[in-house]
Design a protein around this ligand. Structure first.
Ligand code: ADP
Ligand code: MG
Length: 490
């Protein structure tokens, strides 16, 4: 079997096979043609000479019977018209020379007469024919004709030249085959290979090969493109299902995290609930005693105008107030009850809250009451708690001078109370945590205020939301559903 070097390109291999096959085919055809040509020309030459010999033999019979050597010689001299005749001799029945043309080649026949056996003999460059001359079935003599077959050699030579030219032409034509092969075979295959490796390298299944022809390579290209169509389709399907899977995993993860958060919150709430009652009670008793003593001291020292004593009595009062606030938060959180809704006007509730709040001197409070707001079904005590906590936080967020704006308005389906401040704002990373119980950024914060607000709003099927920018301030949106049929079941 033919084995090609590994480094040969397809083009080179096909070119080599074509060249070798064409070479063998043309050589074989040339040899056969040459042989046939020689054979045909030789046969023509032989039959031509046999006819000539027959004619002369026939005509010379009279001269032989009359023993007229002169007539016979003249007849033979008629052969001068045929230049290829080298010699012609006529022998009598005893095989003795009777007459000859170009006699130097003719000679007496040997006694056994072997040379004059009728037949055709080819020597290197001549064709010799011997024929009997007969009359009425008797051999009268013999005729011998020797012809130069140089013409046959000439024909062979010309044939060889023509065949050589054909061979050369065929080889030249075949040698162009790699160029044609390159265009129609190896280039499309190479293109296919380059595209295939590019697809493998970059994973780009949108690449396609050109499919102009309907031959085998064209079919291969079409099949390749169809395969890519299918891969691309499957790839798209895979991407879609991957995306869907990712989305569903994300959904599940979020749900899980939410469930976990809820659980954690419930656990925290339960723990706080258990502790809060007893601790708050324990603290409230000594706190009441301190408060009573403070009050008693203040009444005793009422007439004293010592500013330091007044200052410290104020400190005691304010600290008792904040400790009481903390205890209230803890107690409230631990014993959160379902709302007891009643029809209420939000503006009235906020007015009452603002009346009870002590606003620092350097804080400007703006209250923009929305006009014509519908009444809502709410637990006024709990909603006041929400407003108190949010406004409290707003005040605590302002260091030095600042402004708190409380706005009420309606939007489709909701009654909104917006509490904005020019305070420190909330860091982005804290925004998601501020409604969690126990999350606080303050040194003395309980982290329960907004958790209580959220719980109350949840129970009212409302929403508490925040928008804040660190360093610029925050806005809290307390949204109560309008026309919600809250009935206290929680
Ligand atoms: N108006 C506000 N401006 C800036 N930060 C706020 C505001 N309201 C709430 N926060 C942040 O939310 C946290 C939780 O508030 P809260 O639940 O009331 O707990 P606490 O007030 O005891 O810290 C606060 O510690 C604070 O970091
Ligand atoms: Mg607070």
């Amino acid at each position: 079997m033919l084995v090609f070097p590994m480094t040969w390109t397809l083009n080179k291999k096909i070119g080599f096979v074509l060249l070798a096959n064409s070479f063998i085919a043309v050589i074989t055809a040339c040899v056969i043609l040459l042989a046939v040509n020689i054979r045909i020309n030789r046969d023509i030459m032989v039959s031509d000479l046999v006819t000539l010999t027959d004619v002369i033999g026939h005509n010379i019979r009279t001269a032989l019977s009359l023993n007229s050597k002169e007539e016979a010689r003249e007849m033979l001299h008629g052969l001068a018209a045929r230049s290829s005749v080298l010699s012609a001799s006529v022998y009598d029945h005893r095989k003795k020379i009777f007459a000859c043309y170009k006699c130097e080649r003719s000679h007496e026949v040997s006694p056994d007469g072997a040379r004059l056996l009728p037949g055709t003999v080819f020597t290197g460059s001549t064709l010799r024919i011997v024929k009997e001359i007969t009359a009425d079935g008797h051999v009268m003599g013999y005729i011998e004709l020797v012809d130069d077959i140089g013409a046959l050699r000439g024909i062979v030579r010309i044939s060889l030249i023509v065949l050589g030219a054909v061979l050369l032409g065929a080889l030249v034509l075949v040698s162009f085959s790699p160029i044609i092969l390159k265009k129609y075979v190896s280039r499309p295959i190479l293109d296919l290979a380059v595209k295939a490796s590019s697809i493998t390298a970059h994973g780009d299944y949108s690449i396609r090969v050109k499919t102009g022809s309907s031959d085998e390579i064209g079919l291969l290209g079409k099949a390749f493109n169809q395969m890519l169509d299918r891969i691309e389709k499957q790839n798209d399907e895979l991407k879609t299902s991957k995306r869907l899977l990712e989305l569903s995993v994300e959904d599940r993860t979020r749900e899980l995290m939410e469930a976990q958060e809820k659980l954690l919150r419930t656990e925290k709430l339960a723990t706080i609930g258990q502790l809060s009652g007893s601790i708050a009670h324990e603290l409230r008793t000594p706190l009441s005693a301190i408060k009573g003593s403070g009050y008693f001291l203040r009444s005793l020292l009422k007439d004293l105008s010592e500013p330091r004593i007044i200052k410290h009595l104020n400190i005691i009062d304010s600290e008792i107030f904040s400790a009481d606030r903390i205890i209230s938060d803890v107690l409230f959180f631990g014993r959160m009850r379902p709302p007891m809704p009643a029809e209420n006007d939000i503006n009235t509730i906020i007015g009452e809250v603002l009346n009870c709040i002590l606003i620092r001197n350097n804080i400007e409070l703006v209250y923009a009451r929305g006009a014509g707001l519908p009444p809502v079904m709410i637990d006024d005590f709990q909603i006041k708690q929400v407003m108190n906590n949010v406004i409290d936080n707003a005040m605590q967020s302002i260091e030095g001078a600042g402004k708190i704006t409380v706005k009420t308005y309606a939007e489709p389906g909701w009654l909104v109370t917006e509490v904005s401040d020019t305070g420190c704002g909330i860091r982005k990373e804290d925004l998601g945590k501020i409604f969690e119980p126990l999350f606080s950024t303050k040194i003395r914060g309980t982290g329960l205020g907004l958790a209580i607000c959220k719980n109350i709003m949840d129970m009212h099927r409302g929403v508490i939301d925040v928008a804040s920018e660190s360093g610029k301030g925050s806005s809290f949106y307390i949204k109560i559903p309008i026309g919600g049929c809250l009935n206290g079941e929680g």
